[in-house]
Design a protein around this ligand. Structure first.
Ligand SMILES: [Zn+2]
Length: 395
């Protein structure tokens, strides 16, 4: 009787682990889930959310989704937290530890502390490749067969905002679907390459959300910054697009740098450039650095995090509202949405690899940044209070 019982329990355990393994093997890629290859058409906001939620349902040990607000047009704003099996259940402890490292919370750091990287996609709605690329990035991170992702997640928590500006992006995507030829017309003169005013770049109120980090006048920024400030990641990467004729852009940013950007932050601009270069050179993809994109204005998605102790960076793919599914460039080459996706996926991976491999130094410099600012602040004033047209300075 005992032997029969033992056999029954053993069989059940085997069956259970087989089921778990099959569930993991069954994890659908974006193509399997959506029914088309990424890059063949634009994916709407609701379908992108469906896929993110699907991943969370299939791999609850690896990814968790949080709705952090709604846009003016009532579209959900979400964050996906991706972490190792050990770290995902203790996200709240990791968040508190991170604030302790910045002296914003009392107490000792509890347990092993990973680095925190935050990746934001599609703040400009018609720079539409970003939210296509993010589905591949999330799949690769969650994929149980990816040894690389597993390794990175050992010491890194990744927070992903798949679509910072859903109202703007949906304005572009719906217009493109109506205006385009099936499969896309690469001729730059085709209607689908001439997005009408106001275009998908801004949000519902035609406000540029990549000018709103410091001022937070828009509901998307208010909601996002509340969560962002409760985490204070060590790294923030912001995924964009520019005109279709340009090769890819990544850090280091254009000089001059603001005087308060620390030597470590300057140095890491080069480090992140080196990591990206390795990915792009391997594929013979063109890119440029050190031009056009600066770190001066404090309300960008790269500068605001930089002025808050993180490594902040912008990524720019050639494309935006001009490029559609395919665009014939002046040099005769055709830029496709598929190419654009591949580049942003590679830059995302280079960023996470850099974070994971430099995690200890990043955390150490992050702590130093806040300690220095407590003991020897760069500015004369702790805060500026602005009320009713008067400016009061508090020391
Ligand atoms: Zn942009």
């Amino acid at each position: 009787m005992i032997n029969t019982l033992k056999c029954f329990v053993a069989c059940m355990l085997v069956l259970f682990s087989m089921q778990m393994a099959m569930a993991q093997e069954r994890l659908q890629s974006p193509e399997q889930f959506l029914g088309y290859k990424l890059g063949e058409q634009f994916t709407t906001h609701n379908r992108i959310l469906d896929y993110v939620n699907y991943l969370a349902a299939q791999a609850p040990n690896r990814i968790k989704v949080q709705e952090y607000g709604r846009t003016y047009e009532n579209r959900p704003l979400v964050l996906a937290y991706v972490a190792s099996d050990e770290n995902l259940p203790r996200l709240e402890q990791i968040r508190e530890n991170n604030l302790r490292q910045a002296n914003l919370l009392n107490g000792q750091v509890q347990g092993a502390q990973p680095a925190v990287a935050w990746l934001s996609y599609n703040v400009h709605g018609n720079e539409s490749v970003s939210s296509e690329a993010v589905m591949q990035v999330l799949y690769d991170l969650v994929d149980p067969n990816s040894a690389q992702s597993k390794e990175w997640l050992q010491n890194t928590v990744v927070i992903v905002d798949p679509m910072v500006n859903p109202d703007g992006r949906e304005r572009y995507v719906q217009w493109y679907k109506q205006a385009s030829n099936r499969g896309g017309n690469a001729s730059p003169y085709a209607w689908e390459h001439w997005e009408p005013w106001p275009g998908g770049r801004p949000n519902h109120y035609y406000f540029d959300l990549n000018r709103d980090w410091a001022w937070q006048t828009q509901i998307e920024s208010k909601n996002r910054l509340e969560v962002y400030n409760s985490w204070l990641p060590q790294l923030h990467a912001d995924f964009h697009e520019m005109g279709p004729e340009s090769p890819y852009y990544f850090s280091p940013a254009a000089k001059p740098f603001h005087e308060n950007i620390t030597p470590w932050q300057r140095q890491f601009q080069n480090t992140i450039g080196d990591y990206n270069r390795a990915y792009f050179d391997k594929n013979n993809w063109l890119y440029f650095t050190r031009e056009n994109f600066d770190l001066l204005y404090p309300s960008y998605g790269d500068t605001w995090p930089t002025y808050n102790g993180a490594i902040g960076m912008t990524y720019e793919q050639g494309g935006s509202g001009r490029a559609g599914l395919a665009y014939k460039k002046e040099d005769g080459d055709t830029l496709t949405l598929t190419d654009r996706i591949a580049h942003h996926v590679a830059a995302s991976k280079a960023t996470l690899q850099a974070t994971s491999e430099k995690a200890d130094k990043m955390k150490q410099e992050f702590r130093k940044y806040y300690q220095n600012n407590l003991k020897n602040p760069a500015g004369e004033y702790k805060s500026f209070v602005i009320k009713g047209g008067e400016l009061m300075l508090a020391t």
